[in-house]
Design a protein around this ligand. Structure first.
Ligand code: FAD
Length: 330
């Protein structure tokens, strides 16, 4: 079959690789300039910032095996971080244990490795899918072409994008719409900070309590993460929802203050930039592993499916959901 995969994040790349290995002809459409989606690294003059997913863990045997293979290939490495809980600069060593992994030299490197050998069309946003007899045609917008173009025909289409972004594309499967709407993702405001010198804090990552921030991490403590002192700070979902439409300067000021209060360090950064993730993590995942309608040749996967795991909205869910969908497509 000729299959279109919409989205080149971890779920889409996993589905595409598996489908290709099953003998299908696969084309991946990605609206951004690069692959990896929310597992991304922002390149700056100071070095890279993993400003989306911070690390990943594995609970399923299948994902553990995949991580072992990626580790052997040199694509990922364990992050042996000193993790704590912070409450007004008061530090408590975090009890949360378990192996944490990161892609090297930055999170987006994994997607780039997984995309090798796949036909990935970047800067191609899928605006709609339309039926053409028993097949599908995609309506595509690209920055270099003034009017939307058509692509296809395809025997099947796989959506591997956040739930909120799937909904407008589901006029062709209205019976799924209500279900998918329930899995809406919460936003996350992120602050990236670069410092001239080390802050000399005695931890690499922290869950922050009673703050606008929920998490901070020293990006440069990650394996092969280069020299320097770069930190990533994520606001809590509640604060991000409340301030979703605030301007970047205002958010930067507020989150920087929260960073100072949380760490007790008042050293000023030489680099401070915010990023707004409109769709960050699923709080109400769908309990199944993916959606697939064999008659239509239409499927949906992503990290907002629980796939039998404890919770969702994580890299492991994205991988397991992409794999599950590809395995359902014979
Ligand atoms: C701030 C933040 C922190 C996180 N922290 C962690 C963490 O510590 N650990 C963890 O395990 N997970 C974490 N996550 C979640 C993790 O990043 C995701 O679970 C995973 O990356 C999702 O992969 P995906 O392929 O399902 O979706 P995505 O990565 O979102 O990929 C979807 C892709 O589709 C593209 N796209 C969207 N619409 C279209 C369209 N119409 N046409 C073409 N392309 C389209 C997007 O550009 C994107 O590249 C975090 C996420 C965020 C944002």
């Amino acid at each position: 079959m000729h299959i279109a995969v919409v989205g080149a994040g971890l779920s889409g790349l996993t589905a595409a690789r598996q489908l290709q290995s099953q003998g299908h002809h696969v084309t991946v459409y990605e609206k951004s300039l690069g692959v990896s989606g929310r597992m991304s690294t922002r390149q700056t003059e100071l070095g890279g910032f993993d400003h989306g997913a911070q690390y990943f863990t594995a609970t399923s045997q299948r994902f553990k095996k995949e991580i072992a293979d990626w580790t052997k290939s040199g694509w990922v490495a364990p992050w042996n971080a000193r993790l704590v809980t912070l409450n007004n600069a008061h530090t408590t060593v975090a009890g949360k244990k378990g192996s944490r992994y990161v892609a090297i030299p930055g999170m987006s490197a994994l997607g780039k490795q997984l995309a090798h050998g796949l036909d990935v069309r970047k800067e191609q946003q899928v605006l709609a899918v339309e039926r053409l007899g028993q097949q599908w045609v995609l309506k595509i917008q690209s920055p270099s072409v003034a009017i939307p173009a058509s692509a296809g025909p395809f025997d099947a289409v796989v959506f591997a994008i956040p739930a909120d972004q799937v909904v407008p594309l589901l006029d062709v499967a209205p019976e799924w719409k209500e279900q998918v709407q329930q899995a809406a993702l919460t936003p996350c405001w992120t602050l990236m900070l670069g410092f001239q010198n080390s802050l000399e804090l005695d931890f690499d990552g922290a869950w922050v309590q009673q703050s606008r921030l929920g998490w901070i991490a020293r990006d440069t403590s990650k394996p092969e993460h280069r020299v320097g002192e770069r930190w990533v700070a994520h606001a809590t979902p509640a604060w991000s929802v409340e301030h979703l439409e605030d301007d970047h300067e205002r958010v930067k000021e507020k989150l920087l203050k929260a960073f100072h209060e949380a760490t007790g360090s008042w050293i000023q950064p030489i680099y401070a930039v915010t990023h707004r993730w409109r769709y960050a993590q699923a709080e109400r995942p769908l309990l199944n592993d993916c959606l697939w309608n064999a008659e239509l040749g239409l499927g949906v996967c992503g990290d907002w499916f629980a796939v039998g795991l404890d919770g969702a909205g994580r890299v492991e869910n994205a991988f397991m959901s992409g794999l599950a969908l590809a395995n359902k497509i014979s």
